[in-house]
Structure formats: structure tokens, C-alpha cells
Ligand binder design. Structure first.
Ligand SMILES: Nc1nc2c(c(=O)[nH]1)N[C@H]1C(S)=C(S)[C@@H](COP(=O)(O)O)O[C@H]1N2
Ligand SMILES: [Mo]
Length: 410
């Protein structure tokens, strides 16, 4: 039986692991002796707050901002340096419109008002007494990957290009408990959420969605959410564009219509080719990106590499991911390494034998609703050239014959 499962060198995982060694590590003659510095004396004592190894300096990549307004910008998760599906809190992507407010939870409140029987104001302490839920969810900025809509491919890393997406286990109070207590009046259809930052970010969200799946998140991967993620509390709307997951949440106003706020009219609408704009396109699309090998890496040996990446969809769980190593001519099923869950990242992997020629690596995700990630051409087709939200086209990484990996359009 051939080890190949598709063109361009994609191979069978079983053939790889059962083969005569995977060939990535050096062979040895004698066991390592106890002579390395760290084996000759006791190490550092315990510390009250952990930090990564000094040998592992992984940092967010600054991807947006203006020299005159540095507080309004973004930084990306370095997807190519991480593995698994959880983003460490220190590396969760950031997008702030007016910087990170330093909020004292003792002086912060959440008010529910508008079309309710009884307006209520909750203190942080009050919320801690409500029943909570925990879910692993991705968060993606609708501006993620927007540079791939440009006419020339940007020569960037996977993180700089596509890293306005992260994942965490979010714990908090389902909003329906709070709205039920306030008593939503008949006729109410929308909830307008507002943040306590200087931008007072405000977005209208359908009431039904709020009742079904939205939480006031208080914890991120087990610890109180970080200031950059909305401390002391944020709205979390699974599967939807990051913008509506309002950070530093302070108001929820119930009403019969959307508010048409600045943040949902001047921005976060999708300009189409015919000049009209799509509004309230909240759900994120089915998408995937190969994180290794990926942009700006160099392959320094021929042989087998594990192609690995992340996939997700705002419509539910990932069903399958296919990978191509020949620019989309042939495809093979990748192994879904983590149990695909709704609105969570799913990691995929497939081994690939690089024999030194040039190759184009791509991944194509499909979700449980049957949505399939489109080619770049299809993904940009309906949008005006100025449109930059909700791009989900297939990411192509070209491996040149000298081993360099770069972003290309095919
Ligand atoms: N109050 C407030 N909420 C906000 C923002 C903001 O600037 N202010 N940015 C939004 C945008 S555009 C995104 S993509 C997400 C980013 O969340 P993160 O910084 O935790 O990754 O928060 C959203 N919520
Ligand atoms: Mo965003």
C-alpha cells in the first residue's frame, strides 16, 4: 500500500509513525551524562506567580494601531508558536477601540434597563452569587485576515495575518437569569450592550440570541478575565463577530428595535459590490488556517513534517478538514485532533513528506451545517474592494524549493 493519501506528498499517519523512525531527532550513542549546569545544583525555589521559561519568549504580534492613537489598535495571537486549542491568557488577541480601562470592580456595576418590569443594577459581588456555566469558545474579530483581501499577498506570519482569533474556557452567568429577574416586557426584541471604556462600545444583539447562548463572562481559563479581555466582566456571544462581545460591560438595555449605534453603522457593516451594506451579519464563517508550516517559517531539512492547524465555525462544530499540498488539485482528510465542539477551535493534523520541491499548502474546513470554506476568489466575490470584514477564504502557504514559506494567492 502506498504511503501517499493525496498529491504533493500528503501521507498516511500510520505509515509515518510505523516507519523506520520519524527522522526529526538526532540519534545518540551514549545517554546524556549529569553534566549540564541544571543538573549540578538545585534550581530556583517556588514562586507565587508562574511565568513561561526564559527560553520561550512568545509574544503577541502587533497588527493594528496608529502612532497618534496607540490605545486604539490590535495585537494578534502568534498562532504558529502555539499548539493544542487553548490560547494562554497572556497571548489572547486584543482589540481595543480606546485602550484598556483600569476598572476597580468595587466601583463597577452592570445595569439592566429599558423594556423591563424592574430595572436592576448588579455589583460584581452580586454576579458572583449567580449560577455559572463554563464553555470553551473561540473569539474572532470580524476584521481577522483582512489583509488577505488586499490585491497583493502580505508576507506575514500565520499569527499576524490570521491571529485575531483565540480560544479560552469562559465561565460566567448566562444572561437569561439576569433578564428573567428584570422581567422582559412583551415586544422586546433587541438588547443593546455597552462597555465602560472611553469608546463606550455599543452593539445591538437580538434578544433571542442573548436568551439562548450569551453569558456575562467573569473568568477566562480559570482566572478572573484579564483587563485586556474586559475585567471585571464582558459579554460573551459564542460564534459571533468579536465586536459584539462587549468588554468592560456596564449596560444592557432591552428594546424593540436595534439602536443603530456608531459601532454598527460606521463600522462592522459589510460593504457589498453594489454599494449596499449588510448589517447585523453577526455569525462568523467556517474557516481554517494551517499554523505549521506557515508564513515566514523555513524548512531546513527534507523529510516528513506534520501539517497542523486550527479550524472553527460560527454555525456550530467542525465536521471535517481537508488538506491539499498541491495548491488545491487533490485533497486528503486531516485528522481532527480534538473533539470538535460547537463554537470551539478544532485542531487538525496530517503528515506530509517534503522532497524539496515547491508546494502550496492549503486547508478547507466544513462545519456540521455543511458550510464549506470557500476559495479566496469566492470569499471576496460579493464584497466591495473596501470591505474588510468576515473574510474566510482558504489560506495558501507556498513552500519554495529552498524551504521558505510564504503567503500566496492561487
Ligand atoms: N467595550 C469594548 N468592547 C469591545 C471592544 C472595545 O474596544 N471596547 N472591542 C471589540 C472587538 S472589535 C473585538 S474583536 C473584541 C476583542 O476581544 P479581546 O480583546 O478580548 O480579544 O472585543 C470587542 N469588545
Ligand atoms: Mo473586532
Amino acid at each position: 500500500m502506498s504511503e501517499f493519501v493525496a498529491g504533493g506528498g500528503l501521507i498516511n499517519r500510520r505509515a509515518w509513525v510505523k516507519g523506520a523512525g520519524m527522522g526529526a531527532a538526532a540519534s545518540f550513542l551514549v545517554p546524556a551524562a549529569a553534566t549540564e549546569d541544571w543538573m549540578t545544583h538545585a534550581g530556583q525555589a517556588q514562586n507565587a506567580y508562574g511565568s513561561p521559561s526564559a527560553f520561550s519568549r512568545i509574544r503577541r504580534e502587533r497588527t493594528g494601531g496608529h502612532p497618534f492613537a496607540p490605545a486604539a489598535g490590535s495585537s494578534s495571537t502568534p498562532l504558529q508558536k502555539l499548539n493544542g486549542t487553548i490560547t494562554p491568557n497572556s497571548l489572547h488577541f486584543e482589540r481595543h477601540h480606546s485602550g484598556i480601562p483600569a476598572i476597580d470592580p468595587a466601583r463597577h456595576t452592570l445595569t439592566i434597563y429599558g423594556d423591563v418590569e424592574k430595572p436592576i443594577r448588579f455589583k460584581y459581588e452580586d454576579l458572583l452569587a449567580y449560577p455559572m456555566e463554563s464553555h470553551v469558545y473561540f473569539l474572532e474579530c470580524s476584521g481577522n485576515s483582512f489583509r488577505n483581501t488586499f490585491s497583493k499577498p502580505a508576507d506575514m506570519t500565520a499569527g499576524s495575518l490570521n491571529g485575531l482569533v483565540s480560544s479560552a474556557e469562559w465561565s460566567g452567568v448566562p444572561v437569561h437569569y439576569l433578564l428573567d429577574e428584570a422581567g422582559v416586557k412583551p415586544g422586546a426584541q433587541w438588547v443593546v450592550a455597552q462597555g465602560a471604556d472611553a469608546a463606550a462600545m455599543s452593539r445591538s444583539i437580538p434578544l433571542q440570541r442573548i436568551m439562548d447562548s450569551v453569558m456575562v463572562a467573569l473568568y477566562q481559563n480559570g482566572e478572573p478575565i484579564r483587563p485586556s479581555q474586559g475585567y471585571p466582566m464582558r459579554l460573551f456571544v459564542p460564534g459571533c463577530e468579536g465586536n459584539i462581545s462587549i468588554k468592560w460591560l456596564t449596560n444592557l438595555k432591552v428594546q424593540s428595535t436595534p439602536a443603530y449605534t456608531r459601532d454598527e453603522t460606521s463600522k462592522y457593516t459589510d460593504l457589498l459590490k453594489d454599494g449596499s451594506a449588510e448589517m447585523f451579519s453577526l455569525e462568523m464563517e467556517v474557516k481554517s488556517v494551517i499554523t505549521s508550516p506557515s508564513g515566514k517559517m523555513t524548512l531546513n531539512r527534507k523529510g516528513v513534517y506534520e501539517i497542523s492547524g486550527l479550524s472553527w465555525s460560527g454555525a456550530g462544530a467542525i465536521q471535517s478538514v481537508e488538506v491539499s499540498a498541491d495548491g488545491g488539485n487533490t485533497w486528503a482528510q486531516a485528522i481532527l485532533q480534538s473533539d470538535p465542539k460547537a463554537y470551539a477551535l478544532t485542531r487538525f493534523r496530517i503528515p506530509w513528506r517534503w522532497s524539496g520541491g515547491s508546494a502550496v499548502l492549503q486547508s478547507r474546513a466544513m462545519d456540521v451545517r455543511g458550510n464549506i470554506q470557500p476559495t479566496r476568489d469566492l470569499a471576496i466575490q460579493k464584497y466591495s474592494a473596501a470591505g474588510l470584514y468576515h473574510y474566510n477564504g482558504i489560506q495558501s502557504w507556498k513552500v519554495t524549493s529552498d524551504g521558505r514559506v510564504q503567503n500566496v494567492y492561487v
